[in-house]
Every structure is written in C-alpha cells, then in structure tokens.
Design a protein around this ligand. Structure first.
Ligand code: ARG
Ligand code: GLU
Length: 714
C-alpha cells in the first residue's frame, strides 16, 4: 500500500461518514434550484430528463403540468383540454357534495359523458406555479439578528408587502412569498389560480377507497385512489369565476401517459406540493414529540375512535354519517403511531445525537461563530419549558376543535363573542355569515347521543391529563356525565334552528342568550384558559424556538459540504427515487407491485371497506386487461423510494422520459417517521399504477370519451 495515501484516505473517510449522517435529511428539491450535479445523479439512476425539462420559467416544463389541487393536494394535467388527475380522497368532498340518495356518486361512481355533464364545484381552485425566484436579500433587507422579535417580524412583513407590489406579473397572476430553511431564505412564486374546476369522473368508493381505514398507511395496498376534474377558463384562457360561458382550459403542457409498465429499480420522479416536514429538529425535540406529544394525541383519538366504532357497528345510519369523520380522525391517529414506532426502530434520536456531536466538532474545526456551540443547551432549556404548554395546547385543540361537534360550536361562539367585544358591532355583522358557515356543518352527519359520549370521554380525559397549571379555575371533581346530560338536552349549542336564528339577531341579543346558557358558561372557562394562558405561553416559547431553529439551520448550511434541501412548506417540489420494496421487519420482504388478484384476495362481500363491485370481479375473471396489461396480471399499486408527505397526494409519478406512470397517494406505515427523519431503508411512497386508472376508466366505466382525450404511449 502506498504510504503517502494514508492521510488523504483518512480525510476521505472522514468526509464520507460525515456525509452519511447528513444524507438523512430532506430530499424535496425546489425545482428552480436543480443543480448540474443533481441532474447527473438522477441520470445515473436512469433519468433521461434534463434540468430544463424539470423546470425552466422561459419555456414549457414539467411544472406547467402540475397543479396544487384545492390548496391541500396535488394534481396533474393529462390532456390539452385541461383534464386533471388527482386522488379520490382529494376529490372526495366534491364527489360527496354532488351525491344524493338517488344519485350516490360516492357509492356508485360518477362519469361525465360530455362537457355539459361535468359538475362545477363552487370554491374549488387549482394553482399553477409559473416562476420561482429567490428573494432572500430583499425580504431580509435591514433585518438584524439581535432585533426584537416583533420589530423583526414586522420589518420582514413590510419588505414582503413591498415585493408583492413590485415583482412584475401579468394581470391574472399572483405573487406568493414563502420562508425556507426556517427563515434563512425566501422565495417568490408567480402563480395562477384557476377557479372553475369541474368534476369529470370518479370510481365507486369500493375502488377509490378500497381498504379504507384498515389498509390506510399500509402495504400491501390495493386502492384505485384517483378522481378526475377539469379546469375551465375564460375565452382568453385566463382564470375566471365559474360561468356557463367558460371553456375547457387549453393546456400547452400536459402529461403523456405510459402503459409500457414498470419494474423494480425503475427511476421515477414525484412532482407536487408537500405540506410540512421537520427534518432538521434537534434530537431532543424529536424525542419529546414521540415520548410526550404523540402518545397524548394518540390516546385522545383512540378513545374517541373506540366510542365511534362501537356506535357505528350497531347502527347503519350512524355508520353512514360518521364514516368520513372517523376516517379523518383515524388518518393521523394511525400515522402518529407509525411515526412513533418508526423513530424508535430506526434509532433516529441516537442518529441525530451523533450528528449533533459531529456538528459541534465541525463548528470548532471550521472556527465558526462560538455562539453555535450553545445551541443545544438553549434548545434543551426551551423544549423543557414548552413541554407543558405544548401538551396543553394539544389537549385543547384535540378536545375543542378536532374531535367533537358540540365543543367545536362552543369554540366558534366564543370567537364570535370576542370579535364583538374587541372589534364591535360592525365586525360582528361582517363575520356572522362566516361563522354560520362554520357552525352549520357541525350539525350535518351528526348524532347527538354519540357526540355526547365523545364529549364525556374527551372532557374526562382533559380533567385527568391536562397539566394542572392549565386547569386553573376549573374544578377537577366536576361530574362531566351529569353536566353532559343537561347540556345536550338544554343548551342552545345543541339546537341548530335556534343557534342559527340567534346569529341573525343583533349582537346584544346574541351575547345575552349565550351568556345565560349553562353549557356555554361552563365551557367558556376552558376556552378562556386557552386564550389567556396556554396560547400566550406556547407562542412566546415557540417564537424563541423558531428563532433558535433558524440559527441552527444557518449553521447546518455552513458546515454542510453542499446545500441541504429545505423542509417541505407547501411549495412546489420534486423528489426522486426508484421503484422498490422494503423489509418491514425481520425476515419479511414486501414486493413493490400489487395486483388486482390481491383485491380479490381481500374481497369481503358487503363489507364497507373490502366489498368489490361485481363488474370488477367479472373483468378480473375474464382477464380483460388489454391493452393496459398483457401479462394476465393487472397492476394496481406500487412502491417507491421518493421522499413525500401530506400534500403530495395526487402528485404525478413520472418516468425517466417524463411520462405519467402513477399517482402518489400514501406512504407505508413503517416509514411515516419520514416527516422527522427520512430513512431510505424503509420510507416508501405509495402510488396507483396509471394502467389501473386507465383500465378502470376504459373497461370498468366504459368511458371511451376520456380515453380518447388522453395521449397514451404504448
Ligand atoms: N393516508 C393517506 C393520506 O394522508 C390517505 C388518507 C385518506 N384515506 C383515509 N382512509 N383516511 O393522508
Ligand atoms: N395521503 C396523503 C395526502 O393526503 C399523502 C400521504 C402522505 O402523507 O405521504 O397528502
């Protein structure tokens, strides 16, 4: 061995391990920041896409065919006439809103046979991102690190407001400015919001939601989680409010659809709008989340779900009423369990601690600002302090806002009362319609007796588990059951007609009535406690933590050999990976592709999660899959190693040639800790195979009109 290579070798090894630790962070890339290195790295994995294909503001590129769907999901343009694919669970609200007892589109599916049959959805919108530019210098102009928090925030806001006025844009466009890297960088987005979005097609829930809550977050999966919409525009092809005069949006850029098929190892890209990740938290914050916060939230929801489940099992009407609510509550309940287990199993906290040691070492070696060395002590101090207010805040929100309709009404009434007290009569009048629109839905799909049970469950838990400091003024030995019986029979909060009518009256009458309502008077103490104590305590610490996190991120950027990718923040990103299975536990391997055969294996006639439409069974028996599959097997879902999160639902899965091969809709349970700690060994995203989507449209729904509209590559 060559002696002189000893030191260089040592040095190389050192960089290598250092990079290894760092490699575990976000893999969600801002399209405008795609580097030559990354382009090359992707090409080595099989990609044939150039950086310009992925994003170029001066020509058509993939971003022009990707939309944010109704603020929370993603969708993709699949025809020159503005046709959109997204998930069934993203379009669910719209599908449900058009459903009646006679025309139950949730149950039976919906397929428009002409433009005239496509159904408008008031309030729904989609967003294109046309241009992305960094504006850090402009936003942080004049901002100093040692500024008072409020002064700093208002200066940043002032700078942002100025930019919103000055960045050039077309009349039909908007500018949005977002913070990245915990406020170390800012980017401006030139966007177009289209507001006339019509429902075009949806499979029955027995396909689009197959496996429902049992299979949610799980592999093997067999869900046809897709629905179809269309953008309508004015005659200049610009955004417009709904009008019968509007015409289908002319898309210059849309996805071709590949039915060539996929196999393990194939490169793919996910392009969309991931909501939130926190890959750069210190170890102790992750530890607090999985040891304190998640267990509390899981326990609360578990109790509520148990109550609901019992009632839903015994009563079909209740089951129908509560299926969607149950699914919403169960979705994150299940995710938090997976996340908590995943953090433990991957040793994420220890790995983060190892990184932190390395971090300290690097700050010293690179002779960086000494104050960085204090960061972890400062974090410890702040996270110790925030534990109780954070827990209290979670108890409050889960109880009063997320899991019970009666309590939610009390919260809305409280907010309206405060609005009147603080801002006066005009503010009340201006906002009462808005509050009506919040309160009314809490009475739909509502069973008062069931709600009363969850009320008791939630408030008893609150009495026992809420940090004592935040229960001040509320006696611990109140008999909740007894109160609940009185409240649910007598309170105006449980009387839709009276409560809505009351909002029509003048504010004085409103105040007088609710201030004489026993339930409201009782609950108001809890809500007061939240706004006067929990929330101020929480946010003053949260501000400090955020500022320290910004400093930590700034230092991570300084010591990193290349700029790490920023956490998700609801903005347009892409991430890449390969089709790949995983090992969920010892001696078990999960293959990455599921088939229609598996739907039949799970089939339980009449079951609300696992029923299968007769027509699908017939198609399966006849193996009538061509041209979408010629192997005698119909692929349904597949797994990949792209880093995704909530908000990526509906995102296009794109092959090496830029064609659509799938629609993203979920992650695997064992890997859901990827919001805090992405682990390429077990973090997987789940996609619907586009061939299954086409097969359902063509063979199951027999909708040749849509098939003709698509550009299918064989
Ligand atoms: N887990 C997927 C996503 O978060 C799908 C959620 C919809 N399905 C359901 N059963 N709730 O968030
Ligand atoms: N189902 C999620 C969504 O609605 C995507 C799954 C995830 O969290 O990765 O966006």
């Amino acid at each position: 061995m060559n002696k002189t290579s000893k030191y260089p070798l040592f040095f190389v090894l050192f960089i290598f391990t250092f990079k290894l630790v760092l490699a575990q962070n976000s893999r969600m890339i801002i399209p405008s920041e795609i580097s030559m290195n990354l382009e090359k790295e992707m090409q080595e994995m099989g990609s044939e896409l150039s950086a310009d294909d992925i994003y170029n503001p001066n020509m058509l590129s993939i971003n022009d065919a990707v939309i944010q769907f109704n603020g929370g999901c993603t969708g993709e343009i699949v025809s020159p006439k503005g046709l959109i694919f997204t998930n069934h669970h993203c379009g669910y609200g719209a599908i449900q809103s058009h459903s009646t007892f006679e025309n139950n589109y949730v149950k039976n599916g919906f397929w428009a046979n002409s433009f005239e049959e496509e159904l408008p959805n008031p309030g729904m919108y989609v967003t294109f991102v046309r241009k992305i530019q960094e504006v850090t210098n402009e936003v942080l102009n004049g901002v100093k690190d040692n500024m008072d928090e409020n002064i700093r925030k208002s200066l940043i806001q002032k700078n942002i407001n100025k930019l919103l006025q000055t960045i050039p844009k077309e009349e039909w466009q908007d500018i949005e400015i977002k913070a990245f890297y915990d406020g170390n960088k800012y980017y401006a987005f030139t966007v177009e919001n289209y507001k006339d979005i019509r429902l075009v097609g949806a499979p029955p829930a027995s396909i689009g939601k197959f496996g429902a809550d049992t299979d949610n977050w799980m592999w093997p999966r067999h869900t046809g989680d897709f629905s179809i919409f269309r953008i309508y525009a004015d005659k200049n092809n610009h955004p417009a409010e709904y009008s019968p005069e509007n015409v289908p949006y002319q898309a210059d850029k849309y996805f071709k659809i590949s039915i060539k098929g996929i196999k393990a190892g194939d490169f793919f890209l996910i392009y969309g709008f991931p909501g939130r990740t926190q890959e750069y938290l210190p170890a102790l914050a992750v530890q607090q989340k999985v040891e304190v916060i998640n267990p509390a939230r899981i326990e609360i929801r578990e109790r509520v779900l148990n109550v609901m489940d019992k009632w839903m099992k015994n009563n079909d009407t209740i089951k129908l009423q509560y299926t969607a609510k149950y699914a919403r509550i169960a979705n994150y309940w299940k995710k938090w369990i997976g996340e908590t287990q995943g953090i433990k199993k991957t040793g994420a906290v220890e790995k983060k601690k190892a990184f932190e040691k390395e971090f300290i070492q690097q700050i010293k070696t690179q002779n960086l600002d000494k104050s960085y060395l204090l960061i972890f002590d400062q974090f410890r101090n702040l996270y110790d302090q925030i534990k109780d207010p954070e827990l209290a805040r979670n108890y409050f929100i889960e109880t009063f806002y997320l899991n019970n309709d009666f309590l939610k009404r009390a919260l809305y009434v409280y907010q309206l009362e405060k609005l009147y007290e603080v801002e006066g009569k005009n503010a009340y009048k201006k906002n009462k319609e808005k509050f009506k629109s919040y309160i009314t839905p809490t009475f739909s799909n509502y069973n008062s007796a069931l709600d009363k049970k969850t009320f008791i469950t939630l408030l008893e838990l609150y009495q026992n588990k809420m940090p004592v400091k935040y229960m001040e003024g509320i006696s611990k030995d109140i008999n909740i059951k007894k109160l609940a019986n009185d409240f649910y029979s007598n309170s105006i909060l449980n009387n839709k007609t009276q409560l809505i009518k009351l909002l029509e009256k003048n504010p004085k009458k409103f105040i007088k009535t609710i201030e004489n309502d026993n339930a409201y008077v009782f609950l108001k103490k809890f809500i007061d406690n939240y706004y006067n104590k929990i929330s101020p305590d929480y946010y003053s610490l949260r501000d400090k933590i955020n500022r320290l996190q910004k400093k930590y991120m700034e230092a991570i950027i300084k010591i990193s050999p290349t700029l790490p990718y920023p956490d998700a923040n609801g903005t347009l990103r892409f991430s890449y990976g390969v089709v790949k299975g995983y090992e969920p536990r010892d001696a078990v391997y999960y293959y990455p592709i599921s088939h229609l055969k598996g739907v039949m294996e799970k089939y339980v006639p009449g079951d609300y999660e696992f029923d299968v439409p007769k027509k699908l069974i017939d198609l399966f028996k006849k193996k009538d899959f061509a041209p979408y599959s010629k192997t005698g097997q119909m692929p349904v879902n597949f797994l990949g190693s792209a880093h995704t999160t909530g908000g990526n639902s509906g995102s296009p899965a794109i092959n090496k040639e830029g064609e659509l091969i799938g629609i993203n809709f979920d992650r695997v349970w064992e890997g859901t800790m990827s919001d805090l700690y992405y682990d390429q060994k077990i973090s997987r995203n789940i996609m619907v195979d586009i061939r299954y989507v086409l097969f359902i449209i063509d063979k199951f729904a027999n909708n040749k009109r849509l098939i003709k509209e698509l550009n299918i590559i064989k």
